[in-house]
Ligand binder design. Structure first.
Ligand code: PEP
Ligand code: MG
Length: 327
């Protein structure tokens, strides 16, 4: 089977009825960019840039980030590079910012909330570097942990302000696509408004976080890990609702770990997910599964199973049967 996966990794992820699914990769450092072709990735759906902020006494400068993204754009050519603004706070500390001691850090100052609070330190250099580097490639910027329309309005405002600042000093900027991660129930419920008001080109379900917030079960707490399951019908119903609201308005992606789980793949594409972003080593496996599914056949069934299913077990049984019958 492993051989079959690696054979298929270079093929297109087309369902049996000819529906194309984009397969992007999640990467956590610059070196991984060089192996993407070899693994059959069609771009980067999640570049976790936190590495550039860790283990240093000050944040990276605009110039450093510009170098990094320009080189990355050159390596990727026409393929998209989705940079996730550093998702700091919660369980992710950083040396040069003293984070407050919060009773509920996962519900506190993390992701976009921290980016806005330390805008000049964390967000502005990143935005400017990306606007400049986007003349060299297809760059996208994605915000983590969004929960309100106000956040995307402000996001767009910062990007447009910095674009004007750069251009008025004679610096060229390129087209930079904006997007958000859907990691909170509020973002899922507001998907259409976030897209329209924020001028977003894409949304990406961060199911690692979305699952913990839907089920109110800390993703890192083994005492409640029995509750934590991305295939709980509640999580899938929320994804379904958000995907319906986003359809035709923005590219719909998943970059959480669930995107590489075989039983989840038919469910996600059945719910309208258009792109999956996974670790490079899983590209072959994900394509193998997509190439054995008939999307038009399962669409209605998926909507039905997530409504009638009472538990994750019912849902997994449906997926197992589907995968078994498609060889
Ligand atoms: C997620 O929450 O699903 C995600 C991809 O982001 P991270 O795992 O970095 O929080
Ligand atoms: Mg997350």
């Amino acid at each position: 089977l492993l051989e079959a996966f690696s054979r298929e990794s270079k093929l297109e992820a087309l369902t049996l009825d000819g529906h194309k699914v984009n397969i992007y990769c999640n990467i956590g450092n610059f070196e991984e960019l060089r192996i993407l072709d070899e693994y059959g990735c069609e771009g980067v759906g999640l570049f976790r840039v936190e590495f550039a902020y860790m283990q240093r006494s000050s944040p990276p400068t605009e110039e450093e980030l510009y170098e990094l993204f320009s080189k990355a754009a050159q390596i990727l050519g026409e393929k998209p590079l989705t940079v996730r603004a550093p998702d700091i706070g919660g369980d992710k500390p950083i040396p040069f910012i003293e984070l407050p001691n919060e009773a509920n850090p996962q519900l506190g100052l993390r992701g976009v909330r921290l980016l806005f609070k330390y805008e000049d330190l964390l967000l502005v250099p990143l935005v400017r570097a990306l606007l400049r580097a986007s003349v060299h490639g297809k760059l996208r910027l994605m915000l983590p942990m969004v929960s309100t329309v106000d956040e995307v309005l402000y996001f767009q405002e910062v990007v447009e302000r910095e674009r004007k600042n750069l251009e008025s000093s004679g610096v060229r900027t390129g087209r930079l696509e904006l997007g958000v991660m859907i990691e909170t129930p509020s973002a899922a419920l507001l998907a259409n408004d976030l897209i329209e008001r924020g001028g977003l080109s894409f949304i990406s379900f961060g199911t690692n976080d979305l699952t913990q917030y839907v089920l109110a079960a800390d993703r890192g707490n083994s005492l409640v890990s029995y509750l934590y399951d991305e295939l709980n019908p509640s999580v899938l119903r929320l994804i379904s609702l958000a995907a319906k609201r986003a359809k035709g308005r923005a590219e719909i992606e998943v970059c959480g770990e669930v995107a590489s789980k075989p039983l989840a793949i038919p469910l996600l594409i059945g719910l309208g997910v258009e792109s999956l972003s996974v670790s490079p080593q899983f590209v072959g496996k994900v394509k193998y599964i997509i190439r054995r599914v008939t999307l038009s056949k399962i669409k209605g069934e998926v909507e039905n199973i997530i409504e009638v299913a009472k538990t994750n077990i019912d849902i997994k049984k449906w997926s197992e049967a589907l995968l078994r019958s498609s060889g």
